[in-house]
Design a protein around this ligand. Structure first.
Ligand code: SAM
Length: 369
């Protein structure tokens, strides 16, 4: 049955696999009570206000899909009938092109392209340059759900990251690492392998109380039933930025990376809050006001530094931390858990992630003598 429009929306909050528990925590902070996690997403029910607020404020999410229909079909004739029952106009302003992403498993209608074609049939091609509204169709054991994407560009595209260094982290993953490290945003922050600055910029945005989606627009703002009053109340509820943030240091031995990181920080409006420096890990300078946290994504080998002695690099991080950062919290994202021992013995495996097809672990602990 096609679901009626209401102020309660069944949603799937899509996120990088491994960050589901953090997304549940963020939704709970927005007042959402019942959530259910699955790999790569969290389902829950949101009011229109919460849907708008979640798009603007979830730091670890990729997109928010709103379910608009659910049915069981085993023939194309039945599928076509169900497709015709959906009130597409609620989500498609004039001139916007519908785009469908279809995945099926263990269903009689198993041919994704043929299913997509049945959805596309009712829509004329608007223009090759028209903006698009994404619909996601999932079929499993003949049960199909149709969802509309309320986000538009993925939520990790905050709008500020244009300059890239080697092997950049997604902004949502960086935000997740900061949350999982238990860093207190009133205390100092260091990333000594900062690359394009993703972790430090996400840290500065959080410490200064700025929302990840504060600088961008969302697909739902184009929907014919968009509620400007509700949106205005969501944007007005944001507290002014906190200008007294703790010391934040981002260093990298590569001058090009620091240049990229600074340009990104400018666009994010946090360049004044971060002390960027070209420096190798061995020359790390400890900021005042600690202890705080060092959270970092050192080279993993292969992609970034095929011939470097990674063990020595990780051991240098451990030695510098031991000498200069006694009592500081530590979070390291790595692909090889053996290397974690070079930094410090006894680190905990806090997150297990899939990043660009590679397994990664986020190990956390404390520096001590
Ligand atoms: C995986 S990348 C970090 C990517 C970063 N998290 C981002 O989102 O862009 C690792 C970084 O470590 C830097 N690096 C490698 N060896 C270093 C060393 N000995 N001291 C400081 N930085 C180093 C590289 O230049 C590279 O930018």
């Amino acid at each position: 049955m096609t679901e009626s429009r209401s102020s309660s929306h069944e949603v799937l909050v899509v996120c990088p696999p491994g960050l589901e528990a953090l997304v549940v925590g963020e939704l709970t902070e927005l007042g959402v009570k019942h959530t259910r996690s699955e790999k790569g997403g969290v389902t829950c029910s949101l009011t229109t206000r919460q849907l708008y607020a979640a798009n603007r404020s979830l730091r670890c999410a990729t997109r928010i899909l709103v379910r608009i229909a659910r049915f069981t079909v085993r023939s194309f004739a039945d599928l076509e009938r169900r497709v015709n029952e959906i009130e597409w106009d609620d989500y498609l302003p004039a001139g916007v092109q519908a785009r469908f992403r279809v995945t099926t498993r263990r269903s009689k209608l198993w041919h994704d392209k043929a299913v997509e074609e049945r959805f596309m049939r009712g829509f004329k091609l608007v223009s090759p340059h028209a903006s698009e509204q994404l619909f996601v169709v999932r079929g499993s054991h003949d049960r199909f759900t149709v969802s509309v994407d309320s986000s538009g560009a993925p939520l990790h595209e905050r709008g500020w990251r244009q300059a890239l260094a080697k092997a950049p982290l997604r902004e949502s993953v960086a935000a997740g690492l900061l949350m999982a490290s238990d860093w207190d945003p009133t205390t100092p922050f260091i990333d000594p392998f900062c690359g394009s600055g993703t972790l430090a910029i996400e840290a500065a945005l959080r410490a200064s109380g700025q929302l990840p989606g504060g600088q961008r627009t969302f697909a739902f703002q184009e929907w014919p039933d968009f509620q400007p009053g509700t949106w205005a109340s969501v944007t007005a509820a944001q507290s002014p930025p906190n200008l007294s943030v703790p010391a934040m240091v981002a260093t990298d031995r590569d001058a090009g990376a620091i240049e990229a990181a600074q340009a990104n920080a400018e666009r994010a409006g946090v360049a004044d809050l971060i002390d960027f420096r070209v420096a190798p890990i061995a020359d790390l300078q400890t900021p005042e006001g600690g202890p705080g946290h060092l959270v970092t994504n050192p080279p993993w080998g292969g992609r970034v530094s095929a011939e470097r002695d990674l063990r020595n690099l990780y051991a240098t991080l451990g030695n510098v931390g031991k000498k200069q950062l006694n009592g500081w919290g530590l979070g390291v994202l790595l692909a090889d858990r053996e290397l974690a021992r070079q930094v410090r013995p006894g680190l905990s495996e806090t997150l297990s992630l899939e990043l660009g097809g590679q397994h990664a672990w986020f190990m956390t602990g404390k520096f001590a003598d």
